[in-house]
Design a protein around this ligand. Structure first.
Ligand code: SF4
Length: 333
């Protein structure tokens, strides 16, 4: 409601890719933070299906994955009465702004970005125009809603800086101040390592743990986690500081248990099997309310779709207002 919104500190926007069911990395790196930000900011959270098309050639699961992501967000505590939760392609104004912003963006700047070079290396057969313009679309998303704050991990900081430059270029080119430079808000837990103990948790690397998995599936994935690589035998002392299981214990287990593991691991008082079993139990316990809420929501898909439609309607209202100002600033007849 208006009263609540106006009392808040500013407007937050963030986009999340429709990768289907969220994993622990999504949860700790983004979703948990999304939920917390609602207390202080007016929030817009967008499931970025158009962004997904830059790398996705088979789109047969895109709809289902978008829906699954919406379920996870709602079950995790996104409050759709106050927060605007929507799907990117439901607000077509973003594509118009993308085009207008592309006119003030030097091509060399885009092709020089390390993220573009990485993607081009990963999919050399599909270096499409959308891939080059990805940061411009991201900038359009942020700018369209007159966002004041963007929560980002450290690795995304250059993209936000890029958005700020685009704002300055547009405002300078058209001698206007209609676009706002967003500020960066770094997340507390930006990177979660996967069960391989090496790479950032991700579905494509199959090193993830889904938050909506069953307790048994969760336990099985946890038991596969790589621990301190120097600890070969049960009798070897371990080093929790280099163990991914321990870093996640710190998030999901109580302070006393964390301290016990810290001490016992170093003197081989606890084995990795027991340590992981304890972690799986604590993780399952922590995720129980989320899973119950998710099951309730999954039983009412009409409610979830209606929520996304309502979010899109509210987002379009903000977007159209911005576009009226943008079109006027660019002197479009
Ligand atoms: Fe990691 Fe726990 Fe094994 Fe120590 S006992 S190496 S903290 S899994």
């Amino acid at each position: 409601c208006e009263v609540t919104v106006s009392a808040k500190k500013g407007r937050v926007f963030s986009g999340i890719r429709p990768t289907g069911r969220a994993h622990l990395g999504n949860y700790l790196g983004a979703i948990k933070n999304y939920v917390a930000l609602q207390d202080e900011y007016e929030c817009l959270y967008c499931i970025v299906d158009l962004h997904a098309l830059t790398t996705l050639e088979d789109t047969s699961e895109l709809r289902q994955n978008t829906y699954e992501m919406a379920l996870d967000l709602l079950a995790a505590g996104i409050r759709p009465q106050e927060t605007i939760l929507f799907v990117q392609s439901h607000v077509p104004q973003v594509t118009e702004l993308h085009l207008l912003l592309s006119m003030v963006t030097p091509l060399g700047k885009l092709t020089d970005l390390p993220t573009f070079k990485d993607k081009a290396r990963q999919q050399p057969h599909n270096v499409n125009y959308g891939l080059v313009g990805y940061p411009v679309l991201m900038a359009a998303d942020i700018i369209l809603y007159k966002t004041s704050v963007v929560p980002v991990g450290i690795d995304q900081a250059p993209h936000l800086e890029f958005t700020r430059e685009v704002v300055r270029s547009f405002n300078y080119r058209y001698r206007t101040d209609v676009l706002i430079e967003p500020q960066m808000k770094t997340t507390e837990f930006p990177k979660v390592i996967g069960i391989d103990g090496k790479e950032k948790m991700s579905k494509s690397l199959d090193n993830h743990i889904e938050i909506a998995a069953t307790p048994e599936e969760t336990r099985q994935r946890v038991m596969m986690m790589v621990t301190d690589p120097a600890r070969i035998r049960r009798t070897d002392p371990g080093n929790p500081d280099v163990c991914n299981v321990f870093s996640l214990h710190k998030v999901f287990s109580g302070a006393e248990e964390v301290e016990t593991i810290n001490v016992e691991c170093r003197r081989a008082g606890i084995g990795c099997v027991e340590c992981k079993q304890r972690f799986a139990e604590n993780l399952n316990r922590a995720l129980e309310p989320f899973r119950a809420r998710r099951a309730e929501l999954a039983a009412q898909p009409d409610f979830v779709y209606a929520t996304l439609e309502d979010g899109a309607k509210r987002a379009r209202a903000i977007a159209e207002k911005t576009m009226e100002e943008v079109r006027a600033a660019a002197q479009l007849p």
